[in-house]
Design a protein around this ligand. Structure first.
Ligand SMILES: Cc1cc2nc3c(=O)[nH]c(=O)nc-3n(C[C@H](O)[C@H](O)[C@H](O)COP(=O)(O)OP(=O)(O)OC[C@H]3O[C@@H](n4cnc5c(N)ncnc54)[C@H](O)[C@@H]3O)c2cc1C
Ligand SMILES: NC(=O)c1ccc[n+]([C@@H]2O[C@H](COP(=O)([O-])OP(=O)(O)OC[C@H]3O[C@@H](n4cnc5c(N)ncnc54)[C@H](O)[C@@H]3O)[C@@H](O)[C@H]2O)c1
Length: 464
């Protein structure tokens, strides 16, 4: 195959990878490869649409729970097609516009809307990138190919229908009974969405709790709250799925029971896409988790091949992919061998689960801190014991702060409750800039009676 194009830079994937070319790259010829929908996971099938559904679910949930405050409201009906249209009627044009911008208005960029793989290097050392009908030669490559949903063989091999995050948000109606397999982020968020919008939700988790990667107190509390509104099956696995006559599925479980549902959502983790790039042909390895191996500057073992985001990062989070994109972008401009390359900063990576109650986390869990033999002090502060949480009659929310005794160094913070992802931000900031628990507790005002007082009180409760 003769080369259809020779470029300075090739970018595989249009999630965070699409943000690399800006005016500083105008003098470079660039090829962008995208086999799926332009804009990647977050925009099209991840963070953004899910949070738009979550917001609708919050509105419905608040309406359904007004009685305890003396507001006798209820959800009359849920117009699911209108919700879907609102979400994708806003998102799809952004995706299309992003692609159109790169295709039509960036003279130095060519978009290849197709799968691409490496095919070694040519005699001049350029990387050979092959698609079904083109060969592109590139001096430099950024692998930003993301990850994809994994489906356990016990489900995929049954031939029964199932959904993933790719298609569950485009269902044509809210299923009366939704079965979700998995006990992680995606399961927790979609259980909230569909539960609040009318489905009877069952969650099947193979472990003894939901959201087990989080601090044990958060995971335990969340599992308790979840079990009060959803049918939560723990310590069990799916052994078989059959499609029922007349629609729906029967899911058989390892504990000998079965569940019937109108739809099945699989949310059992995501696998990096590096295994579909023929990376062996350029001498780049995948680690035991299937991630592309790269150094803290984003450099892989193949000179001038960089990696970022879900394909290589231990954090499958958009704010991390975006941060890594900015680092790789800066380093591309500096040059592969520059002595002032910038670094990925993975010191304090926060995360949030937009379920109900909301959850946010940063730093070490209490178990991790104890396993490290750190001399720690821990304070758990209930939302209901500070003014705004009390006003809301919150009974489940809490904030846990972990710090080092003696120094007051902040080690971790874990919050379950209303607006947790917003409430936690001062701790992320303090940890990132090296401020101690006492400094941030007493070195600033905390607006009274606002929700962040739960943090202030937790900090003041630490026995430094
Ligand atoms: C349901 C869901 C909800 C989420 N919610 C959040 C959230 O609230 N907050 C958060 O921080 N994170 C969230 N995430 C995670 C977040 O979406 C990802 O971490 C982020 O999008 C990864 O960005 P990326 O650029 O690395 O990869 P992606 O955005 O996945 O982009 C990679 C692109 O590469 C393309 N591609 C792959 N291989 C090839 C190939 N060989 N040839 C051509 N193209 C290829 C893919 O089609 C894809 O478009 C969520 C994820 C999911 C699934
Ligand atoms: N709010 C957010 O930031 C957000 C939201 C959604 C997704 N994400 C990202 O996407 C990633 C993927 O989400 P996820 O929920 O699919 O993964 P996850 O890692 O959060 O949870 C996967 C769940 O599936 C279970 N599981 C794995 N293999 C299984 C199997 N063979 N059979 C049964 N259960 C199995 C695990 O025990 C776990 O409970 C998350 O880790 C997160 O990084 C982030």
């Amino acid at each position: 195959m003769t080369a259809t194009q020779i470029v300075d830079l090739a970018i595989i994937g249009t999630g965070s990878g699409n943000s690399i070319p800006n005016e500083r790259f105008d003098d470079r010829s660039i090829a962008i490869f995208e086999e799926g929908v332009y804009g990647g996971t977050c925009l099209n099938v991840g963070c953004i649409p899910t949070k738009m559904f979550v917001y609708a679910a919050e509105v419905a949930d608040n309406a359904a729970r007004g009685d305890r405050l003396g507001v006798h409201s209820r959800v009359d009906s849920v117009d699911w097609p209108a919700i879907v249209n609102r979400v994708f009627g806003r998102i799809d044009p952004i995706s299309a516009g992003g692609r159109e911008y790169r295709e039509q208005r960036c003279d130095n960029i060519t978009v290849y809307s197709t799968h691409v793989e490496f095919d070694g290097r040519d005699d001049d050392g350029r990387y050979r990138l092959v698609t079904a009908n083109s060969l592109v030669l590139a001096d430099e490559v950024v692998i930003a190919a993301g990850s994809r949903a994994t489906v356990p063989p016990a489900i995929s091999q049954c031939g029964a229908p199932y959904y993933t995050n790719n298609d569950v948000m485009r269902l044509d109606h809210v299923p009366d009974r939704l079965i979700i397999v998995g006990g992680g982020y995606i399961a927790a968020e979609f259980a909230h969405v569909f539960g609040a919008l009318g489905s009877a939700v069952s969650v099947i988790a193979r472990g003894p709790a939901l959201l087990r990667k989080l601090d044990t107190d958060i995971s335990t509390r969340f599992t308790t709250v979840a079990a009060e509104k959803w049918d939560v099956r723990l310590n069990t696995d799916v052994t078989n799925v059959v499609e029922l006559d007349g629609g729906g599925v029967r899911v058989s479980l390892g504990d000998g029971t079965h569940l019937d549902g109108d739809a099945l959502l699989v949310a059992t983790g995501r696998r990096p896409n590096g295994d579909r790039l023929n990376l062996a042909s350029i001498g780049v390895d995948l680690d035991d988790h299937g991630r592309v191996v790269c150094d803290p500057h984003g450099r892989t073992a193949a000179a001038h091949v960089w990696a970022l985001g879900d394909v290589s990062s231990p954090y499958q989070l958009k704010h991390v992919a975006n941060h890594e994109q900015r680092v790789v972008q800066a380093n591309l401009l500096k040059g592969w061998d520059a002595d002032d390359l910038v670094w990925f900063d993975h010191r304090y990576v926060p995360a949030a689960v937009f379920t109900h109650p909301q959850i946010a986390t940063v730093g070490l869990t209490e178990d991790e801190a104890r396993d490290m033999d750190l001399n720690i002090t821990v304070k758990v502060q209930a939302y209901g014991d500070v003014a705004y949480g009390w006003a809301m009659e919150d009974t489940t929310g809490f904030c846990k702060v972990i710090a080092e005794r003696g120094t007051g160094r902040l080690l971790g913070c874990h919050i379950l409750g209303p607006q947790a992802p917003t409430v936690i931000q001062p701790i992320i900031q303090a940890m990132s800039f090296g401020q101690t628990a006492h400094e941030i507790a007493r070195g600033q005002y905390w607006i009274h009676p606002a929700m962040p007082e739960v943090l202030e009180n937790a900090l003041l409760g630490l026995e430094i």
